[in-house]
Design a binder for this molecule. Structure first.
Ligand code: ITT
Length: 191
């Protein structure tokens, strides 16, 4: 099965395709851009973008919105993660955490699937904490400073793509989508 993925981030596309390939789903770049509203809810941002993309393309598609939520910063940067990464980056987050004991953080990803008969959301969360300094060379965005629970103290950037996807927010959300798409009876309703 092929679906469009409306995203301007090629890393997301590559990660999502590697997660879904085992389930027989191939994501291809959507011919229209992701329209992003400002909201404090990832789900609201992703749903709006999915509905807008579906109106423009008219074929089944997915959109995802994700972010890094740092506990001692009251969830910042959360839905503003893309902008914050482009402006202050990993170094800025490390500076904001200087002298703070609590470095707990999580990534969240909301994937929204849109087709003629369905608009469904799938959520994935990866819990962990912010490293003292950036480490590793893989991945993208805040990967060099995020240490996920159960990864032996390594940052996301120190994991290979399959290791990251096994525990990541994106891995969890796209696997939930893949399981729903391949659940019995779905093939009769896909248009
Ligand atoms: P699209 O909106 O076009 O899909 P984007 O990168 O702007 O691409 P978001 O608006 O969802 O995506 O912003 C999410 C930001 O959160 C992203 O730019 C990264 O800075 C960060 N982020 C999300 N998932 C991440 C991951 O797996 N590893 C590292 N950083 C991540």
């Amino acid at each position: 099965m092929e679906l469009y993925f409306a995203t301007g981030n090629p890393h997301k596309l590559a990660e999502a395709n590697s997660i879904l390939s085992d389930l027989g789903v191939i994501l291809k770049p959507a011919p229209s851009p992701k329209i992003e509203i400002q909201s404090e809810s990832l789900e609201e941002i992703a749903r709006y973008a999915a509905e807008a993309a579906y109106r423009s393309i008219g074929s089944p598609l997915v959109v995802e919105d994700s972010g890094l939520f740092v506990e001692s910063l009251n969830g910042f940067p959360g839905p503003y993660s893309s902008y914050v990464y482009k402006t202050i980056g990993c170094g800025g987050i490390l500076r904001l955490l200087e002298g703070r004991g609590n470095r707990a953080a999580h990534f969240e990803c909301v994937v929204v699937y849109a087709s003629r008969e369905a608009l469904r959301s799938f959520v994935g969360i990866a819990k962990g904490y912010i490293a003292e300094a950036p480490r590793g060379s893989g991945g993208f965005g805040f990967d060099p400073i995020f240490i996920c629970e159960g990864c032996g103290g390594r940052t996301f950037s120190e994991l290979c793509q399959s290791e990251k996807s096994a525990v990541s927010h994106r891995g969890r959300a796209f696997r939930a989508l893949g399981e729903w798409l391949s659940s019995p009876g779905r093939e009769n309703t896909l248009k």
